[in-house]
Write a protein that binds this ligand. Sequence first.
Ligand code: SF4
Ligand code: SF4
Length: 163
Amino acid sequence: MGSSGERSKISRLLAVGKEFFSGGLTLFLLRLCGRKLVRTGGCRCCGACCECINLRVGGRWLNSPEQFERVCRDHPDYQRFTVSGIDDQGLVQLSCTSLQDDGRCGDYENRPAICKSFPTTSLVLCGGVLPPGCGFAITSAVPFAKRLRTAHRRNARKKDPSA
Ligand code: SF4
Ligand code: SF4
């Protein structure tokens, strides 16, 4: 019978596998339908995402305060975050000390890269969800270039039905 350390390693591997396969399958199905994930909307400056941060470093989600402490040594940018708990998925949840009472960022110019790019479309591929009330949405859509090509072909057929 394995130790609890081995069991937690196995459950982490299973979680990574599940994430990889469900994300990969989603991408595959979207490509099959000629669609891709797109981000729409805009930030309402509610600050909700600054209080429920999960970090992924080196391809792995952080799942313990100790891991987070180690990561902070190499990424001083992350020292503004503090551990607020462990979420339902077993990942370490962080909140940010730069968040102001009005929901705005108190260090906007120097905010870390993950803040600048949030939310990326890959969020949904790894089972993530946007915070309630977020002004962004991530949906699937037919890429503009593809719609343009289809419209060109349709117009060409109208002009020359034999084409
Ligand atoms: S640095 Fe600013 S944008 Fe990033 S989590 Fe903190 S308050 Fe939010
Ligand atoms: S949760 Fe969404 S709307 Fe609110 S601050 Fe973050 S990105 Fe902006």
